[in-house]
Design a binder for this molecule. Structure first.
Ligand code: SF4
Length: 313
């Protein structure tokens, strides 16, 4: 049975530490995996993870810990400790719930270089309605306070998945985060997790609505001296802000290894981000960005077409 094979000069290692999650977000990309709890890394996998870190410490410069919700893995701290002991730069993607406990945060934050916390609204009503987990907003706020108290210099950012429901409130999200001391904010245009038309029409913001919004949020970011980025909107839609967009070009050729637990074994596989759920259209052929950009999300294109794209000449 397979397992941890060698690969050449890949700098990033991603580990899906647990598919379990306290939230149940409408747009979760791992919903299918979360439904099968046995896919989460089992405690016995810890020895194999630490052995892998030891053997490959020179090959990867950074470790991205994600899930599901990785902090739910019973040996989460041991993984952090092993990663730092073997020289990894550690990045954590989390829903923040566990970090709302000060004692948990105090134990783990010193071992993390960058934390990305999901925040989908500026208040409990909006955030909790996206996570389907009442009380989760309060915990995110607690987590942000704890992290900044324990290490004010940590590389901390939030990620808001943008839907039709929170799109009118992006400004409020920025102001709320500024008041807490957060300086970096990512707005991720929702990846349509299904081709279901009703779902896309209910949740997805039309590309043509982004330009006006982008002017508003980047003006505010400048006043508040915050770093805002947008993911998942092609730069032809926001030509004035191409430096602040992780459209598709930033990751077009990105390759990394992903470690995950499936069918009873710990496996390592190569991920090539040049084959995402995105599509190029005939308009892209005449666009300067064509060789770099991944295009627009395929289910969106199928439903709404490409008339909102403005190829870059
Ligand atoms: S390649 Fe296509 S989607 Fe990407 S910026 Fe150009 S026109 Fe837009």
């Amino acid at each position: 049975m397979h397992t941890l094979k060698k690969s050449k000069q890949i700098k990033r290692l991603e580990i899906m530490l647990s598919y379990a999650c306290t939230n149940n977000c409408d747009f979760c990309l791992e919903a299918d995996n979360r439904a099968q709890e046995n896919l989460s890394l089992q405690p016995f996998a810890l020895n194999r993870i630490t052995a892998f870190f030891k053997k490959n410490s020179g090959k990867y410069s950074s470790l991205f810990i994600t899930g599901g919700e990785p902090t739910l893995y019973p040996y989460f701290f041991d993984v952090l400790y092993a990663a730092k002991s073997h020289g990894f730069e550690v990045h954590l993607n989390t829903n923040g719930v566990m970090l709302s406990s000060y004692s948990f945060a105090a134990k783990v934050v010193p071992f993390i270089d960058e934390i990305v916390i999901s925040m989908h609204g500026h208040n409990a009503g909006l955030h909790d309605s996206h996570t389907n987990n009442p009380g989760s907003f309060k915990k995110v706020i607690g987590a942000l306070r704890n992290i900044l108290d324990i290490n004010p210099r940590i590389n901390l950012l939030t990620n808001s998945v943008v839907t039709k429901y929170n799109f009118p409130y992006l400004k409020d999200i920025i102001i709320g985060l500024h008041n807490l001391g957060v300086k970096r904010v990512l707005f991720s245009n929702m990846v349509p997790v299904t081709a279901n038309k009703k779902f896309i029409m209910e949740y997805t913001v039309r590309l043509s609505k982004w330009e006006k919004k982008a002017h508003l949020i980047f003006n505010l970011a400048q006043i508040l001296k915050m770093n805002i980025r947008i993911f998942g909107v092609p730069s032809c839609v926001l030509p004035d802000f191409s430096g602040n967009i992780d459209d598709c070009s930033a990751e077009a050729n990105e390759q990394y290894d992903r470690m995950e637990y499936k069918k009873g074994s710990l496996r390592l596989r190569k991920i090539n981000r040049s084959t995402p759920m995105a599509a190029k259209t005939r308009l892209c052929r005449v666009c300067k960005k064509n060789n770099f950009c991944k295009g627009i999300f395929r289910p969106y294109y199928k439903l709404y077409g490409d008339s909102e794209l403005k190829p870059i000449k």
